[in-house]
Write a protein that binds this ligand. Structure first.
Ligand code: A3P
Length: 272
C-alpha cells in the first residue's frame, strides 16, 4: 500500500487531486463562469480551470473516474474541489452517473430568466459560427416558425428548467441542489455569493470589497488580494434586438414551464 486512498492522487508538495465535492451543473449561459470565479475567491475552494464534460460526453465517461480525477486541480489538505460543466444540467444521463460517483455531492445550479438565457445562447452560437466564417440564421427566424414559438430550437428546450430539474430530483434531494439567481448575480453578486458560501458551509470569508462595478465592462469585476480582474470579453456580450411582440410570445410561452419549476423547487424567481 503506497498510502493512496481511492479517489485521491497525491503530489509531493502536499497537494492532491481529489474528485469534486461540489459541481456547478449549469445552466449554459446562466453565469456559470462568473459563479466559479467568484467562489474561487474563497481559500477553501480549488476550482478546475476547464469544463470537464465527464458525465455527459461518452468518450470521456468511458475513460472512468481515474481520468476524471486527472482533470482536477491540485488542492491543499482541507480544500474542496469544484468543477463546472454547464451541459450537465440538460443531459438526462448525468444525474444518475453523478449520484453513483458521490450521492452527497453538493450541486450548484445558476439560472437566468429563460428568455434572456435563450438570447444569450443564440449570441454564443452566433459568435462561434462567426469565428468559423459561417452565417447564422437571424434570431427572429430561429425563435418563431409559422407564427408560433419554434419548439425545434434547442436553446428553447434548455430553458425549460422544470423538465431537466425533474431528472435531477429523481436522484438528489432538493437540499443537495442550491439554485443561484443568475439575474441577481449580475445586478449585485455579493449577497448571492454569500448565500452560496452558506449553502456550502464554508467559513465566511468572501467580502463586499471583493467586488467592484466596472463601468467600461458594464458588469461587476473581482478584486482578489489587491488584483483586479473582469471576466473574458465573451462574457457579457450585447444580445440581438428582438421585436417586442416576439419577446412577449416567448414570455408567455415560458410562463407555465416557469410555474412548474417554481413548484418543484418551492421558490419563485423574478422572471418575465
Ligand atoms: P451574456 O454574455 O449573454 O451577457 P456562462 O458563463 O454560463 O456562459 O454565462 C455567461 C453569462 O454570465 C453572461 O451572459 C453574463 O450575462 C453573465 N454574467 C454574470 N455575472 C457576470 C460578470 N460579473 N461579468 C460578466 N458576465 C457575467
Amino acid at each position: 500500500d503506497n498510502g493512496t486512498a481511492a479517489g485521491v492522487a497525491p503530489h509531493p508538495n502536499g497537494t492532491a487531486q481529489r474528485l469534486p465535492s461540489i459541481v456547478i451543473i449549469g445552466v449554459r449561459k446562466g453565469g456559470t463562469r462568473a459563479l466559479i470565479e467568484m467562489l474561487s475567491l474563497h481559500s477553501v475552494v480549488a476550482a478546475a480551470e476547464n469544463e470537464v464534460h465527464f458525465f455527459d460526453w461518452e468518450s470521456h465517461f468511458q475513460k472512468g473516474l481515474p481520468w476524471y480525477l486527472s482533470q482536477m486541480p491540485y488542492a491543499r489538505p482541507g480544500q474542496l474541489t469544484v468543477e463546472k460543466t454547464p451541459a450537465y444540467f440538460t443531459s438526462s444521463k448525468v444525474p444518475r452517473r453523478l449520484h453513483q460517483m458521490n450521492p452527497d455531492v453538493k450541486l450548484l445550479l445558476i439560472l437566468r430568466d429563460p428568455t434572456e438565457r435563450v438570447l444569450s445562447d443564440y449570441t454564443q452560437v452566433f459568435y462561434n459560427r462567426l469565428l468559423k466564417h459561417k452565417r447564422h440564421q437571424p434570431i427572429e427566424e430561429v425563435l418563431v416558425k409559422d407564427g408560433e414559438v419554434n419548439l425545434g430550437y434547442k436553446a428553447l428546450n434548455r430553458s425549460l428548467y422544470y423538465v431537466h430539474m425533474q431528472n435531477w430530483l429523481r436522484y438528489f434531494p432538493l437540499g443537495s441542489i442550491h439554485v443561484v439567481d443568475g439575474d441577481a448575480l449580475i445586478r449585485d453578486p455579493f449577497p448571492e455569493v454569500k448565500r452560496v458560501e452558506r449553502f456550502l458551509q464554508l467559513p465566511p470569508q468572501i467580502d463586499a470589497s471583493n467586488f467592484y462595478f466596472n463601468r467600461t465592462k458594464g458588469f461587476y469585476c473581482l478584486r482578489d488580494r489587491g488584483r483586479e480582474r473582469c471576466l473574458h470579453d465573451s462574457k457579457g456580450r450585447a444580445h440581438p434586438q428582438v421585436a417586442p411582440e416576439i419577446l412577449h410570445k416567448l414570455y408567455r410561452f415560458f410562463r407555465e414551464p416557469n410555474r412548474k419549476f417554481f413548484e418543484l423547487v418551492g421558490r419563485t424567481f423574478d422572471w418575465n
